[in-house]
Design a protein around this ligand. Structure first.
Ligand code: SAM
Length: 309
């Protein structure tokens, strides 16, 4: 059977029938491993675009453009969209759905391997830290590693608008002591501030996923809290404390596999100096408390290093 698409249907993948028609035309089998659930609701596309508070001079990086539903709307409003897509089979689709939009560059690459600052500098010919916005309907399977990569590498974006599985959003926004609180909460809250969020029903995707989603609008904190090495220490401490949730913070740190190799009584002193009761569990510590602990451990390690010189 020949598939006859009207011209405007062929270029705008924002309804379930259009998404299905495009998938059929290009014989695309949605890959679960790449989180290929495509948005098929104009209203949600517009809400995501509005959350990004776009200005005509903006540069936007989109991770995973898919069939281009969001990409098209972003491109209509900004100076440049750099769309990073891992799946080669979607490139011909994007060529069609983004036809006529001269301010979109599609980059065929795994987002986890991209130096986003270097990419923006290269494509804008502006070196030296041009800030940009990141927008992504993230593949669910790589939400945690991708967010961790984007934030810990300290890329220079100032706003991050991400769609994630609702359960991942709960973990991102969780508070100390709750069951969802963990390294993902700490990582995202350390680098960003939540400006707003809304929920998205699973019904607006083709194919339909098993869970609902949330869109989070996260602005970058003014400055990363620390010197780079101290920041690494903060995350090592948080990881050790949270990886062993059943242990007290004292036992978790004293038996840390990443090894500070400090005596237990030294940990007691350091925790007390940071005003943290050693018998608390790591998962109850706030970011401020991990920061205080980082500071005492940092000073202790520095003084020990100076003694050995
Ligand atoms: N933005 C589109 C939308 O909203 O309909 C597609 C979103 S779909 C949930 C996720 C997209 O990310 C897919 O196009 C998938 O191929 C792409 N993707 C998956 N892993 C990726 C990676 N590591 N790097 C870049 N793109 C990736």
């Amino acid at each position: 059977m020949t598939l006859r698409l009207r011209k405007e249907e062929a270029i705008n993948p924002v309804s379930p029938s259009q998404v299905r028609a495009i998938l059929k035309k290009y014989q695309i089998h949605c890959r679960k491993s790449l989180g290929q659930n495509f948005l098929s609701d104009e209203n949600i596309v517009q809400k995501i675009v509005a959350a990004a508070r776009l200005n005509p001079g903006d540069v936007v990086v989109e991770i995973g453009p898919g069939l281009g539903a969001l990409t098209r709307e972003l491109a209509k409003r900004v100076r440049l969209v750099l769309a990073v897509e891992k799946d080669e089979t979607l490139l011909p689709v994007l060529k069609e759905t983004l036809a006529g939009l001269e301010n979109v560059i599609v980059i065929h690459e795994d987002a986890r391997k991209v130096d986003f600052d270097a990419l923006v500098a290269l494509k804008t010919n502006i070196s030296g830290g041009l800030s940009y916005k990141l927008v992504a309907n993230l593949p669910y399977s790589i939400t945690t590693p991708l967010l961790t990569y984007l934030l810990r590498k300290r890329f220079n974006f100032n706003l991050l608008v991400v769609m994630v599985q609702k359960e991942a959003a709960d973990r991102i926004n969780a508070l100390p002591g709750s069951k969802d609180y963990g390294l993902l909460s700490i990582t995202v809250q350390f680098y960003t501030v939540l400006q707003g969020s809304f929920q998205v029903s699973r019904n607006v995707f083709v194919p339909q996923p098993k869970v609902d989603a949330s869109v989070l609008c996260l602005s970058r904190r003014e400055k990363p809290g620390y010197h780079r090495l101290k920041e690494d220490l903060f995350f090592i401490l948080a990881q050790e404390a949270l990886n062993q949730r059943r242990k007290t913070i004292l036992n978790a740190l004293a038996s840390a596999p990443n090894g500070f190799k400090l005596d237990k009584n030294i940990w007691v002193t350091l925790l007390q100096k940071a005003q943290i009761n050693p018998s608390r569990r790591g998962e109850t510590l706030s970011i401020e408390e991990f920061s205080a602990l980082t500071q005492t451990v940092w000073l202790y390690l520095k003084s020990r290093y100076l003694q050995t010189k």
